[in-house]
Design a protein around this ligand. Structure first.
Ligand SMILES: *Cc1c(COP(=O)(O)O)cnc(C)c1O
Length: 222
């Protein structure tokens, strides 16, 4: 995608978010757009920053560590979200680099993040990823294990911001978004990280507070 397209793409996605929010009698400001920049290099990211985008998502610690320190030096006020699986042995690096972590999905990671936060004196927002379709190959905490994992996260004093999911592919996502919203309500959590390029408007009408949009902003990934 030509990089000159970035401001137009960003404006279109923001307008679609605002439309969906108003449809659900929500304020557009209640939704944060996370621009998912995984696989894209700094030259592809800069036009979006120039167009005003400040919140970005990456799915690999190593890739983010290579790209973002320099981009952050150029522009203050960037917020960086980790949206992919995190290995416990990278918890220190993730806590140092990210402002939010969206894939907390198991007890060993809760413990590793709690230790890393205590050591660093830095406490990124945490979203617990739920395997909302109970798919065998998919990351995320099984729905049935969620109460126990949330109790552990609270006991470890992780700053719990909400729940995150990636619904099963190829089926209507709305019922899965609705289930995630219900689980968040049941557990007193305000944040709902759900919705990607193909379904973020649906997610916003069902209550998403964070949408994670990549290809609609950057074009298809190689
Ligand atoms: C890549 C990714 C996205 C963005 O996907 P698009 O379809 O490009 O918008 C969102 N969430 C997660 C967890 C991802 O890995």
């Amino acid at each position: 995608m030509p990089i000159d397209d970035a401001p137009r793409r960003l404006a279109e996605v923001n307008a679609a978010i605002a439309r969906a929010a108003r449809l659900a009698s929500r304020s557009p400001e209640s939704v944060t757009l996370i621009a998912v920049s995984k696989t894209h290099d700094a030259d592809a990211i800069r036009p979006l920053i120039a167009a005003g985008q400040r919140v970005f998502g990456e799915n690999r610690v190593q890739e983010a560590a290579a790209k973002w320190p320099a981009l952050r030096d150029e522009t203050p006020g960037i917020s960086l979200h980790l949206i992919g699986q995190l290995q416990s042995n990278k918890a220190d690096e993730a806590v140092a680099l990210f402002d939010a972590i969206h894939a907390v999905d198991r007890l060993s990671l809760v413990s590793a993040l709690a230790r890393a936060m205590d050591k660093a004196g830095r406490r990124p927002d945490c979203f617990v990823q739920v395997n909302i379709g109970d798919e065998p190959q998919k990351g995320g905490c099984p729905v049935a294990d969620l109460p126990a994992l949330l109790a552990e996260a609270r006991a470890a004093e992780l700053p719990l911001a909400g729940l995150m999911c990636v619904p099963p592919q190829g089926v209507e996502p709305a019922p899965y978004f609705a289930l995630l919203a219900k689980l968040a309500r049941d557990h007193g959590l305000a944040g709902l990280s759900m919705g990607m390029s193909s379904d973020f408007e649906t997610a916003v009408t069902i209550g998403a507070t964070q949408v994670r949009v990549g290809s609609a902003l950057f074009g298809a990934r190689a």
